[in-house]
Design a protein around this ligand. Structure first.
Ligand SMILES: Cc1cc2nc3c(=O)[nH]c(=O)nc-3n(C[C@H](O)[C@H](O)[C@H](O)COP(=O)(O)OP(=O)(O)OC[C@H]3O[C@@H](n4cnc5c(N)ncnc54)[C@H](O)[C@@H]3O)c2cc1C
Length: 399
């Protein structure tokens, strides 16, 4: 169910295993995805998929200083390539891999489990049956059951692809996080912190996006727009032409689904968004093959498994005990970061990117194994300034 990146990643892998697969989505899988997806180039290189990048930046920086003096203006250089997917090439590559998979353009309304099969009841009245159903309908799925841990923090962003009176970032530059707060009033400094994510697309076109890492309730798009405008105007920049506007809102710490439910999930619905960074596409590409392999194995070795048993065997591979532990650590980290004021947050990120590249990039991609992740977190703690240390262990709440 679904036609976003998660659905296409898992469907294409299932097809590769020779399984009989059908797909069901509210719109054609050919319809262009609405979001732009960014990723560290290394993640795609390790999968041999770097040719799917439309843009690739070598000059990748962030600003964590206060921006008022020369030291504050000095960027942190990441020395690590970042890219944006060529959306249509990515979508086409996955669809090609899906072969002649049948697509039903339908909206799932209800799901029922009947003996050995699952029924998907659609708003059209049509009913589809399958041995096992994978819900890849995004984080708003009403079908996937998860515990209620209270309010969920959301990442919110307002962005503009456009032309500007003067360049908002340097030529060929990518800015992961510009946290300089010198455009903010004293009272704004007390509000949830936001940063600029920006890049040069060439030919006088830039993408600038004011982003709130995670907040509950989320920072509103109007607030983010206001912040973006004042950030730009502080540097004497106005937007001359808006080519595209991006409104981004998705949960960062959605609780993990119950892993014994008879419906499987993949992507946003399976809480696969990285709780500390908001990234997911790399994880989809890395984790789809093992889930597909497991389902193919379970179906071929035990032909009489019912939906609940098949789904359970899938959940066990999708969320292994190790991945669950890592997720918990990331959620804990995010929880702490959300208690930081803007000054402390800048100090935290300044320290975080002083970690060796393989450590901070592995942390952000969720590719460090559990012992390594713990070690990196301990190292981060020890190299952090005292105030950040106190914030990390939750002794002091800085808000
Ligand atoms: C604006 C934005 C920017 C993002 N940028 C990045 C990024 O740069 N890098 C990154 O890694 N992650 C990014 N993310 C996070 C995450 O990767 C995306 O949210 C991603 O689109 C989630 O993929 P998905 O396939 O799980 O869900 P979605 O992309 O939401 O797709 C869900 C699909 O299910 C279909 N569907 C929904 N309900 C039904 C139903 N009842 N029946 C049938 N079909 C249904 C929808 O039509 C859609 O095709 C971003 C998210 C947003 C919102």
């Amino acid at each position: 169910m679904g036609a976003g990146p998660a659905a296409l990643c898992i469907a294409s892998e299932l097809v590769q295993h020779g399984l009989s697969v059908s797909a069901l989505a509210t719109h054609s899988p050919q319809k262009p995805w609405p979001n732009t997806y960014g990723i560290w180039a290394k993640e795609l290189e390790s999968l041999g998929l770097e040719s799917l990048l439309e843009y690739r930046w070598k000059k990748t920086i962030s600003f964590f200083g206060n921006g008022i003096n020369e030291t504050g203006r000095k960027p942190t250089e990441h020395n690590f390539d970042y890219g944006l997917f060529d959306q249509s090439a990515f979508q086409k590559a996955l669809l090609d891999k899906c072969g002649d998979l049948p697509w039903f353009i339908e909206t799932a309304q209800d799901i029922q489990f009947k003996n050995s099969i699952t029924e998907v009841i659609c708003s059209s009245g049509n009913i589809y049956q399958a041995r096992v159903v994978i819900d890849a309908s995004g984080h708003r799925s009403p079908f996937i059951k998860r515990p209620n841990h209270g309010p969920v923090a959301q990442q919110a962003a307002y962005g503009v692809v456009g032309k500007f009176s003067s360049p908002p970032v340097e030529e060929n530059q990518f800015v992961l996080m510009d946290f300089r707060p010198d455009h903010l009033s004293k009272s704004e400094l007390e509000e949830p912190p936001t940063f600029l994510y920006a890049m040069d697309f060439g030919k006088g076109v830039f993408f600038v996006e004011e982003t709130s890492l995670a907040c509950s309730p989320p920072v509103s798009w109007s607030k983010l727009k206001e912040r973006l405008t004042s950030r730009l105007s502080k540097r004497g920049i106005v937007i001359d032409e808006i080519i595209h506007e991006e409104h981004c809102l998705f949960p960062m710490n959605l609780p993990l689904p119950f892993l014994n439910q008879p419906l499987l999930a993949f992507g946003g619905s399976a809480s696969m968004v990285h709780p500390a960074s908001g990234y997911m596409v790399g994880a989809l590409l890395r984790r789809a093959p093992s889930l597909a392999k497991q389902l193919a194995y379970a179906i071929s070795m035990k032909p009489d498994l019912d939906s609940a048993e098949l789904a359970k065997s899938g959940w066990q591979v999708l969320w292994t005990p190790e991945l669950v532990q890592r997720h918990r650590l990331y959620q804990f980290g995010l929880q702490r970061l959300m208690s930081f004021d803007e000054k402390l947050l800048r100090s935290f990120f300044d320290t975080f990117f002083k970690l060796p590249t393989k450590d901070w990039s592995g942390f952000l991609a969720n590719t460090l194994n559990l012992p390594r992740l713990i070690l990196v977190m301990i190292r981060l703690f020890f190299i952090s300034p005292t105030k950040v240390k106190l914030g990390m262990i939750g002794i002091v709440n800085f808000k």
